[in-house]
Design a protein around this ligand. Structure first.
Ligand code: SF4
Ligand code: SF4
Length: 292
């Protein structure tokens, strides 16, 4: 049998994103070491970088792997309840593979019992899965907004792969193929796989249950349907944020296939603290002090 992640070594109830009980007691920290991205989602604009803004893709600073470890050491002193170290951008971890893998190595070496967590679009995670298993990364999130390239083509403007730029449905076809392969391989290696899907009204809200069905068949543990947050200067800036009724309908249809997470806080790439009480603004000065 190929190598496996031994999740029994970790207290999984202490991962705040996977355990509502744990979310009130245990903290997580995102290390913002991955600035570049290899795709362009039509809802994402990483130019806006406001310390008061809480959404993925936002950070007040980007750190090198060595700076990230030093920052983590200081934050562990300030917030001893940190149980999870995650990498969630502000771009994609595997558009920055050196920084991502080096940071994970440094953190694993320094904190052998720490839960390690990653969030990726899945395009370029494949070549790194064996080492993620070696490093005992226990939780991986893949963001999937479609399993049909025709729908995905409406969500993705482009993807950069092997030096080529693919557009819309071509980008989506390649991305979806890699995502499905990644979910299957990660789950087979014992990693807990969460699939995030951004609910875009009129674009993929009716399609998302199909994603739930497909990823459950590949071994995903949980799904997190996240309402679109329309951001200025993106193709979706004039769409509306899905209301509670649409979100309830989507989650109800999806939970027929895979269990649903509903307490996601849409965290920043430099989020730190308890899930509902993000302290990234409070500790922005600490983060800044670790950059040149
Ligand atoms: Fe933005 Fe993430 Fe999409 Fe990249 S994968 S464009 S960082 S939302
Ligand atoms: Fe957890 Fe959601 Fe925050 Fe990621 S964005 S750390 S899944 S709550």
């Amino acid at each position: 049998m190929s190598a496996q992640v031994d999740t029994a070594c970790f207290n999984l109830d202490q991962h705040p994103c996977y355990s509502i009980g744990g979310s009130h007691q245990y903290a997580r920290i995102h290390l913002p070491i991955a600035p570049r991205c290899n795709i362009q989602c039509n809802y994402c604009n990483r130019k806006y970088d406001c310390v008061n803004e809480s959404r993925p893709g936002v950070t007040s600073r980007v750190l090198s792997p060595v700076q990230a470890l030093a920052y983590l050491e200081e934050m562990m002193e300030k917030i001893p309840s940190i149980r999870v170290v995650g990498i969630a951008g502000p771009g994609d971890p595997f558009a920055n593979p050196y920084e991502t893998m080096e940071t994970l190595r440094l953190v694993r070496n320094r904190y052998p019992d720490m839960m390690l967590c990653l969030a990726s679009n899945g395009l370029h995670i494949g070549p790194h899965i064996d080492e993620l298993v070696e490093l005992q990364v226990s939780h991986v999130t893949i963001t999937m907004n479609a399993v049909d390239p025709a729908v995905g083509g409406l969500v993705y403007a482009w993807a950069r792969d092997e030096g080529k730029i693919l557009k819309n449905a071509d980008a989506a076809a390649t991305l979806i193929e890699r995502q499905l392969d990644a979910v299957k391989r990660l789950a087979a290696a014992g990693i807990l796989v969460k699939v995030n899907s951004i609910v875009v009204p009129g674009v993929n809200d009716r399609h998302i249950p199909e994603i739930a069905k497909v990823v459950k068949g590949l071994g995903a543990t949980v799904m997190n349907c996240i309402p679109l947050c329309p951001v200025q200067d993106t193709p979706y800036e004039n769409l509306y944020e899905p209301d509670g009724i649409m979100m309830a309908r989507v989650r109800l249809q999806c939970c027929e296939h895979v269990s649903q997470m509903s307490h996601c806080a849409r965290c920043r790439a430099d989020a730190v603290g308890l899930l509902g009480e993000d302290q990234s603004v409070e500790f922005a000065g600490t983060l800044e002090s670790f950059t040149e």
